[in-house]
Ligand binder design. Sequence first.
Ligand code: B1M
Length: 209
Amino acid sequence: MTDFEGLRNTMKSGKVADVTRIVNEFLQAGEPAEDVLNQGLLQAMNEVGQRFKANEIFVPEVLVAARAMKAGTEVLKPHLVEAGVQAIGTAIMGTVKGDLHDIGKNLVIMMLEGAGFNVIDAGVDVSPEKFVELAREHNAHIVGLSALLTTTMPSMKNTVEKMRGEGVTAKIIIGGAPVTQGYCESIGADGYSDDAAAAAELAVSLLGS
Ligand code: B1M
Protein backbone atom coordinates (compact mmCIF):
# COMPACT_ATOMS: atom_id res chain seq x y z
CA MET A 1 0.00 0.00 0.00
CA THR A 2 1.29 3.46 -0.86
CA ASP A 3 2.57 5.33 2.18
CA PHE A 4 1.11 8.75 1.47
CA GLU A 5 1.09 9.47 5.17
CA GLY A 6 4.86 9.03 5.27
CA LEU A 7 5.21 11.49 2.40
CA ARG A 8 2.90 13.96 4.13
CA ASN A 9 4.84 13.78 7.38
CA THR A 10 8.14 14.20 5.55
CA MET A 11 6.80 17.23 3.69
CA LYS A 12 5.37 18.79 6.84
CA SER A 13 8.76 18.54 8.53
CA GLY A 14 10.33 20.26 5.53
CA LYS A 15 12.78 17.54 4.48
CA VAL A 16 13.41 18.66 0.93
CA ALA A 17 15.81 15.89 -0.15
CA ASP A 18 13.59 13.18 1.35
CA VAL A 19 10.45 14.57 -0.32
CA THR A 20 12.27 14.60 -3.67
CA ARG A 21 13.42 11.02 -3.15
CA ILE A 22 10.02 9.69 -2.02
CA VAL A 23 8.14 11.38 -4.86
CA ASN A 24 10.62 9.90 -7.35
CA GLU A 25 10.17 6.47 -5.78
CA PHE A 26 6.36 6.72 -6.04
CA LEU A 27 6.59 7.65 -9.71
CA GLN A 28 9.04 4.83 -10.41
CA ALA A 29 6.61 2.44 -8.71
CA GLY A 30 3.91 3.58 -11.16
CA GLU A 31 1.90 5.79 -8.81
CA PRO A 32 -0.03 8.39 -10.84
CA ALA A 33 1.45 11.89 -10.45
CA GLU A 34 -2.04 13.28 -9.70
CA ASP A 35 -2.42 10.95 -6.71
CA VAL A 36 1.00 11.88 -5.35
CA LEU A 37 0.02 15.53 -5.69
CA ASN A 38 -3.50 15.27 -4.25
CA GLN A 39 -3.14 12.62 -1.56
CA GLY A 40 0.43 13.50 -0.65
CA LEU A 41 1.58 17.07 -1.14
CA LEU A 42 -1.72 18.99 -1.30
CA GLN A 43 -3.21 17.15 1.66
CA ALA A 44 -0.06 17.82 3.69
CA MET A 45 -0.26 21.52 2.85
CA ASN A 46 -3.92 21.58 3.93
CA GLU A 47 -2.93 20.09 7.27
CA VAL A 48 -0.17 22.70 7.57
CA GLY A 49 -2.74 25.43 6.86
CA GLN A 50 -5.09 24.14 9.55
CA ARG A 51 -2.32 24.02 12.15
CA PHE A 52 -1.14 27.49 11.12
CA LYS A 53 -4.67 28.81 11.53
CA ALA A 54 -4.95 27.20 14.96
CA ASN A 55 -1.64 28.85 16.01
CA GLU A 56 -0.07 25.44 16.54
CA ILE A 57 2.72 26.26 14.09
CA PHE A 58 4.09 29.57 12.76
CA VAL A 59 5.44 31.15 9.58
CA PRO A 60 8.90 29.47 9.68
CA GLU A 61 7.34 25.99 9.85
CA VAL A 62 4.92 26.90 7.05
CA LEU A 63 7.84 28.15 4.96
CA VAL A 64 9.88 24.97 5.32
CA ALA A 65 6.84 22.86 4.43
CA ALA A 66 6.16 25.11 1.44
CA ARG A 67 9.76 24.72 0.29
CA ALA A 68 9.47 20.94 0.55
CA MET A 69 6.18 21.03 -1.37
CA LYS A 70 7.83 23.07 -4.10
CA ALA A 71 10.60 20.46 -4.40
CA GLY A 72 7.98 17.72 -4.70
CA THR A 73 5.95 19.55 -7.34
CA GLU A 74 9.14 20.17 -9.37
CA VAL A 75 9.60 16.40 -9.61
CA LEU A 76 5.94 15.92 -10.57
CA LYS A 77 5.88 18.73 -13.11
CA PRO A 78 7.02 16.83 -16.22
CA HIS A 79 4.54 14.07 -15.36
CA LEU A 80 1.63 16.48 -14.93
CA VAL A 81 2.50 18.47 -18.01
CA GLU A 82 2.20 16.82 -21.35
CA ALA A 83 2.58 19.95 -23.38
CA GLY A 84 0.92 20.10 -26.77
CA VAL A 85 3.24 20.31 -29.78
CA GLN A 86 1.90 23.68 -30.79
CA ALA A 87 0.70 26.21 -28.24
CA ILE A 88 -3.06 26.77 -28.32
CA GLY A 89 -2.68 30.26 -26.87
CA THR A 90 -0.62 32.47 -24.59
CA ALA A 91 -1.41 32.99 -20.93
CA ILE A 92 0.07 35.34 -18.34
CA MET A 93 -0.19 33.99 -14.81
CA GLY A 94 0.70 35.81 -11.60
CA THR A 95 -0.11 36.39 -7.94
CA VAL A 96 -1.55 39.83 -7.40
CA LYS A 97 0.04 42.85 -5.75
CA GLY A 98 0.73 42.48 -2.05
CA ASP A 99 0.52 38.69 -2.13
CA LEU A 100 3.55 36.40 -2.01
CA HIS A 101 1.87 32.97 -2.12
CA ASP A 102 3.00 31.12 -5.21
CA ILE A 103 2.32 27.40 -4.82
CA GLY A 104 -1.23 27.52 -6.22
CA LYS A 105 -0.12 29.84 -9.01
CA ASN A 106 2.65 27.42 -9.95
CA LEU A 107 0.16 24.54 -10.07
CA VAL A 108 -2.14 26.55 -12.32
CA ILE A 109 0.84 27.24 -14.60
CA MET A 110 1.60 23.52 -14.82
CA MET A 111 -2.01 22.74 -15.72
CA LEU A 112 -2.18 25.52 -18.32
CA GLU A 113 1.04 24.20 -19.88
CA GLY A 114 -0.44 20.73 -19.80
CA ALA A 115 -3.48 22.05 -21.66
CA GLY A 116 -1.16 23.41 -24.38
CA PHE A 117 -0.73 27.06 -23.42
CA ASN A 118 2.49 28.98 -23.70
CA VAL A 119 2.60 30.45 -20.18
CA ILE A 120 4.48 33.53 -19.01
CA ASP A 121 5.03 33.40 -15.25
CA ALA A 122 4.61 36.96 -13.98
CA GLY A 123 5.69 35.94 -10.48
CA VAL A 124 4.26 37.21 -7.20
CA ASP A 125 3.32 40.68 -5.93
CA VAL A 126 2.45 41.70 -9.48
CA SER A 127 1.05 45.20 -9.98
CA PRO A 128 -1.90 45.93 -12.30
CA GLU A 129 0.50 47.92 -14.51
CA LYS A 130 2.80 44.91 -14.87
CA PHE A 131 -0.11 42.64 -15.87
CA VAL A 132 -1.10 45.17 -18.55
CA GLU A 133 2.49 45.44 -19.79
CA LEU A 134 2.95 41.66 -20.00
CA ALA A 135 -0.44 41.08 -21.64
CA ARG A 136 0.44 43.60 -24.34
CA GLU A 137 4.02 42.45 -24.81
CA HIS A 138 2.98 38.81 -25.29
CA ASN A 139 -0.35 39.45 -26.99
CA ALA A 140 -1.94 37.25 -24.33
CA HIS A 141 -5.24 35.42 -24.79
CA ILE A 142 -5.63 34.69 -21.07
CA VAL A 143 -4.49 36.53 -17.94
CA GLY A 144 -4.71 34.52 -14.72
CA LEU A 145 -4.74 36.16 -11.30
CA SER A 146 -4.16 34.31 -8.05
CA ALA A 147 -4.78 35.66 -4.52
CA LEU A 148 -4.55 33.83 -1.20
CA LEU A 149 -5.27 36.68 1.19
CA THR A 150 -8.57 38.42 1.74
CA THR A 151 -6.52 41.63 1.98
CA THR A 152 -5.15 41.20 -1.55
CA MET A 153 -8.45 40.41 -3.25
CA PRO A 154 -8.92 44.14 -3.98
CA SER A 155 -5.71 43.93 -6.05
CA MET A 156 -7.66 41.61 -8.36
CA LYS A 157 -10.37 44.22 -8.75
CA ASN A 158 -7.73 46.90 -9.43
CA THR A 159 -6.06 44.68 -12.02
CA VAL A 160 -9.32 43.93 -13.84
CA GLU A 161 -10.19 47.66 -13.87
CA LYS A 162 -6.72 48.63 -15.09
CA MET A 163 -6.76 46.04 -17.87
CA ARG A 164 -10.24 47.01 -19.04
CA GLY A 165 -9.37 50.72 -18.78
CA GLU A 166 -6.26 50.19 -20.92
CA GLY A 167 -8.24 48.25 -23.52
CA VAL A 168 -6.51 44.89 -22.96
CA THR A 169 -8.74 42.27 -24.59
CA ALA A 170 -7.35 39.13 -22.92
CA LYS A 171 -9.83 37.06 -20.91
CA ILE A 172 -9.19 37.39 -17.19
CA ILE A 173 -9.54 34.35 -14.95
CA ILE A 174 -9.16 34.40 -11.19
CA GLY A 175 -8.76 31.97 -8.32
CA GLY A 176 -7.22 31.27 -4.94
CA ALA A 177 -8.54 30.12 -1.58
CA PRO A 178 -10.60 33.21 -0.59
CA VAL A 179 -11.93 33.93 -4.09
CA THR A 180 -15.47 32.95 -5.13
CA GLN A 181 -17.66 32.93 -8.22
CA GLY A 182 -19.62 35.80 -6.71
CA TYR A 183 -16.46 37.87 -6.29
CA CYS A 184 -15.51 37.10 -9.88
CA GLU A 185 -18.85 38.42 -11.10
CA SER A 186 -18.68 41.47 -8.84
CA ILE A 187 -15.33 42.62 -10.29
CA GLY A 188 -16.18 41.74 -13.89
CA ALA A 189 -13.55 39.04 -14.43
CA ASP A 190 -14.31 36.50 -17.17
CA GLY A 191 -14.11 33.35 -15.09
CA TYR A 192 -13.36 31.72 -11.76
CA SER A 193 -12.26 28.25 -10.80
CA ASP A 194 -11.45 26.69 -7.48
CA ASP A 195 -8.63 24.44 -8.57
CA ALA A 196 -5.75 24.36 -10.98
CA ALA A 197 -7.08 21.67 -13.31
CA ALA A 198 -10.42 23.46 -13.64
CA ALA A 199 -8.56 26.73 -14.31
CA ALA A 200 -6.93 25.14 -17.36
CA GLU A 201 -10.31 23.84 -18.62
CA LEU A 202 -11.80 27.28 -18.08
CA ALA A 203 -8.96 28.94 -20.00
CA VAL A 204 -9.44 26.57 -22.94
CA SER A 205 -13.20 27.21 -22.92
CA LEU A 206 -12.63 30.98 -23.02
CA LEU A 207 -10.37 30.84 -26.08
CA GLY A 208 -12.20 32.27 -29.03
CA SER A 209 -15.23 33.31 -26.99
CO1 B1M B 1 0.05 32.22 4.17
N1 B1M B 1 -1.85 32.52 4.62
N2 B1M B 1 0.47 34.01 4.89
N3 B1M B 1 1.89 31.77 3.84
N4 B1M B 1 -0.53 30.52 3.87
C1 B1M B 1 -2.79 31.51 4.18
C2 B1M B 1 -3.35 31.79 2.77
C3 B1M B 1 -3.91 31.52 5.30
C4 B1M B 1 -5.31 31.07 4.83
C5 B1M B 1 -3.42 30.70 6.52
C6 B1M B 1 -4.43 30.66 7.64
O1 B1M B 1 -4.54 31.60 8.41
N5 B1M B 1 -5.16 29.58 7.74
C7 B1M B 1 -3.84 33.03 5.71
C8 B1M B 1 -4.79 33.98 4.95
C9 B1M B 1 -5.96 34.42 5.78
C10 B1M B 1 -6.85 35.30 4.98
O2 B1M B 1 -6.46 36.20 4.31
N6 B1M B 1 -8.11 34.99 5.05
C11 B1M B 1 -2.38 33.35 5.46
C12 B1M B 1 -1.68 34.43 6.04
C13 B1M B 1 -2.45 35.24 7.08
C14 B1M B 1 -0.35 34.77 5.70
C15 B1M B 1 0.50 35.92 6.23
C16 B1M B 1 -0.21 37.26 6.36
C17 B1M B 1 1.08 35.42 7.57
C18 B1M B 1 1.93 36.42 8.33
O3 B1M B 1 2.92 36.90 7.85
N7 B1M B 1 1.44 36.72 9.50
C19 B1M B 1 1.65 35.98 5.19
C20 B1M B 1 1.31 36.91 4.00
C21 B1M B 1 2.50 37.10 3.08
C22 B1M B 1 2.06 37.79 1.80
O4 B1M B 1 1.62 37.13 0.89
N8 B1M B 1 2.16 39.10 1.76
C23 B1M B 1 1.69 34.56 4.75
C24 B1M B 1 2.86 33.92 4.35
C25 B1M B 1 2.92 32.60 3.97
C26 B1M B 1 4.24 31.89 3.70
C27 B1M B 1 5.29 32.76 2.99
C28 B1M B 1 4.79 31.41 5.02
C29 B1M B 1 3.75 30.65 2.86
C30 B1M B 1 3.75 30.89 1.32
C31 B1M B 1 4.90 30.20 0.64
C32 B1M B 1 4.73 30.21 -0.86
O5 B1M B 1 3.66 30.32 -1.43
N9 B1M B 1 5.86 30.08 -1.52
C33 B1M B 1 2.28 30.56 3.28
C34 B1M B 1 1.47 29.40 3.10
C35 B1M B 1 2.17 28.18 2.54
C36 B1M B 1 0.08 29.39 3.42
C37 B1M B 1 -0.89 28.19 3.45
C38 B1M B 1 -0.57 27.36 4.68
C39 B1M B 1 -0.89 27.28 2.24
C40 B1M B 1 -1.09 28.00 0.91
C41 B1M B 1 -0.80 27.03 -0.21
O6 B1M B 1 0.24 27.09 -0.82
N10 B1M B 1 -1.73 26.07 -0.41
C42 B1M B 1 -2.30 28.93 3.53
C43 B1M B 1 -3.37 28.12 4.24
C44 B1M B 1 -4.18 27.30 3.26
O7 B1M B 1 -4.46 27.72 2.16
N11 B1M B 1 -4.59 26.16 3.67
C45 B1M B 1 -1.92 30.26 3.98
C46 B1M B 1 -1.57 25.02 -1.40
C47 B1M B 1 -1.97 25.60 -2.77
C48 B1M B 1 -1.84 24.51 -3.84
O8 B1M B 1 -3.31 26.00 -2.67
O9 B1M B 1 -2.75 28.40 -3.30
O10 B1M B 1 -5.11 27.73 -2.53
P1 B1M B 1 -3.86 27.41 -3.24
O11 B1M B 1 -4.19 27.05 -4.75
C49 B1M B 1 -5.24 26.19 -5.08
C50 B1M B 1 -6.57 26.91 -5.39
O12 B1M B 1 -6.78 28.03 -4.57
C51 B1M B 1 -6.46 27.18 -6.86
O13 B1M B 1 -5.63 26.14 -7.38
C52 B1M B 1 -4.85 25.52 -6.36
C53 B1M B 1 -5.17 24.03 -6.23
O14 B1M B 1 -5.44 23.40 -7.36
N12 B1M B 1 -5.94 28.45 -7.34
C54 B1M B 1 -6.40 28.98 -8.50
C55 B1M B 1 -4.95 29.23 -6.88
N13 B1M B 1 -4.77 30.28 -7.69
C56 B1M B 1 -5.65 30.14 -8.72
C57 B1M B 1 -5.86 30.92 -9.86
C58 B1M B 1 -6.85 30.50 -10.77
C59 B1M B 1 -7.61 29.37 -10.50
C60 B1M B 1 -7.39 28.57 -9.40
O15 B1M B 1 -7.13 31.16 -11.91
C61 B1M B 1 -6.20 32.10 -12.40
